[in-house]
Design a protein. Sequence first.
Length: 899
Amino acid sequence: MTGGPSAVKEGDVPPIFRTNPPPIQEIDAATSSAWTRRRAGASALAGEEDEPDPRDTAKDETIGIAGSRRLLGRGAPRSRMSPDDDGEEEGGGARLLHGSLDIWIHDARNLPNKDILSKTMSDLLGKKSPTDAIMTSDPYVTVQVASSVVARTFVIPDNENPVWEQHFLVPVAHEVSAVTFLVKDSDLFGAELIGAVAIRAEELQSLGRVEGVYPVLEPNGKQCAPGAVLRLSVQYVPVARLTMYHHGVTPGPDFAGVPNTYFPLRRGGKVTLYQDAHVPDGCLPEIRLGNGACYRHGQCWRDVYDAISQARKLIYITGWSVFHTIHLVRDGGGGKALGDLLKSKSQDGVRVLLLVWDDPTSRNVFGMKMEGYMGTRDEETRRFFKNSSVHVLLCPRSAGKRHSWVKQQETGTIFTHHQKTVIVDADAGNHRRKIVAFVGGLDLCGGRYDTPKHDLFRTLQTLHKEDYYNPNFTVLDANGPREPWHDLHSKIDGPAAYDVLKNFEERWLKAAKRTGAKKLSKSQNDTLLWIEKIPDIVAIDDEIYSNNNDPERWDVQIFRSIDSNSVKAFPKDPREATSKNLVCGKNVLIDMSVHTAYVNAIRAAQHFIYIENQYFLGSSFKWDSHKDVGANNLIPIEIALKIANKIYANERFSAYIVVPMWPEGNPTGAPTQRILYWQKKTMQMMYEIIYKALKEVGLDDKYEPQDYLNFFCLGNREAEETPSTYSESSSASNYQDNARKNRRFMVYVHSKGMIVDDEYVIIGSANINQRSMEGTRDTEIAMGSYQPQHTWANTLSAPRGQIFGYRMSLWAEHIGAVQESFTRPESLECMRQMRRIGEQNWEKFYSNEVTEMRGHLLKYPVSVDHMGKVKPLPDCVAFPDLGGNICGSFLHIQENLTI
């Protein structure tokens, strides 16, 4: 199946189209019945995986914002990926579609045969087969908004009258002239454009719902074939008409959590929220909750150790990395290393399963051990458990079995399994057991153990003596500084823990089937325990979770980023995707509910948003350039639009975002510089939206964008010289010598969490970038939860439950104190105070004078003027000690690595 001269690669901008005319006709009963009968021809697709195009990437399959303009007959092509590409000019018929699109793609009729060249060549070569007579186009449809592909049908092979009957619910926040339906022919090397249907954004806004049968047009505006049509319907629901946009978490049993997700909201149980791997007693200030009780700071790794130690039936662990040598408990109590503990439990009859990402650069070839570029030590972990009863499955991030070699290599080398979970059985009373799960950002591996003090040098001979970690230096010298590690994690004790277990089971079954027994440390046909057959393990709907009157009760929902190449449970027929709340790719089903959860929570926010995340980039379709790079997640633009809408309504709103000073690694390296460049683009886009709103309501002379949105990072500095941990070393790099001399280093923010209005929290493994949000890249898991008795709707005032205590505890860690304004995070006073503290701390961090830092919160080192323009600080263009442009640099490398 090869395309002719008019073939376009996925992502190429097609030539000029004209706007599609109104529908040819409404479908009558006879026509509908005839098309329904043809669905039988597509049923053979059930269970098949189509070969995706080798060039499938995040930016593929888009025609770009500029392309949408040309679809409506305006403008000329611009070169892709040019640093000064402005994309589509705003205005000129563009409308903001902010809300959701309810799309049905029913079927097409009389599509042209785009594979006629392949059939002709086959005839000339004398290759005949029974299927030759039906060799024709393999059509599918993509739905494009701006430069983003927001929906995609499955491929129907050899069919000029395809029937899809696929339903899509799509969140949008795009300024566009039209929603474009591109009909394509799937080819071995890319895809050939058949034609397109464009529905004007103006029409969607005025009519709400548009449906009918539309001619499929070629680039020249003519119908691609006689009678070629596409039957579809689109309904646009503005965000202001969505109930949750005005109320946040609503009281009562009718609140169903985040809609349209694979796992439902589970009511009842308990959640424990953690900051860092360990919080020593008395380390942080006292925080009072609404009921007068003191907030209790959890001790994550100690709780994980205790949960593993007390397990009687099962211990299941997923990880990007798992080190068997790690000690989870290090102060006052010691404890076994993780590997020894797991071996001991397995010898006691507990089923111990480890599902660890298989780093493709880590190998044991002919006795030569290659540790791997990412340092996950996966092969070392496998070898340690090889002759034990612990089952270790090293799981590569694999594409579908029918994917091209190019696609398989890209997926296997660039993307990872990133989930971090620990699942155990625990005491449920009355001689019964229950499932408990830990979910968050902490892998059980090196460099993760830390406390809110985030020491640089003082613990090198104590807590971190056998766990020195700082991958930012090319030459490691254990004299420091170490890289402090800040993270968020959670424990779920309730029905939602069973969904975390289900995720593990679905992944294990898929991975075990793919790899067989060759990577199992001990071959066994059935390693999973089926808890439904174990009578003393309580069921997910057991009455122990049904106390709705408990004031400290939690409701919890599990979210994922994952596709059918990594789990065994998704429906075989793509038409069933909607019933499972899955997204359909080109014959791959996707759970992207992490993205759905973030968008839903941001839209529901009424007062403030607090985010900590290792990355923060997205909504590239709204950047001032590189609009088609493919970082299409909506999170940044949703936050900016939330603030803008609050400004229009004359209401306060604050957003605080904490990121690392730079992504872990060499800050001068090409990947890091590219990520920082995207991050700056994201910041700029958000601030410009906020400034535009201020200007439109005439408040730009009274307020500035940073009165609503601020970015922070974390850093530490130790004043005292401790000779026992510091000495000059010729093995250290100049960068490390600089950091050691100045006694400073960033605190690495590895968190993946968001708090909304002190009533709702999301914590998991997902970063805010395309890798984590798309669902076909890194595999992720997260939980979203709230306490029904501690919401704005229930208390009619600011909640003071566990989520409030958690945020206040995080701020106490970062600031070094608790201040009264912190209880009102939405207020202008609090926003300006946090910004002022961050600026003062940056001056201490950057100064030539070495001083002890009480707090770690630093204003992110860029300048933002009153019009929202983001620029380098006048006296600090590069990061202290290590260098690297703070605003990043545009370097031509594979963008899938950096978005």
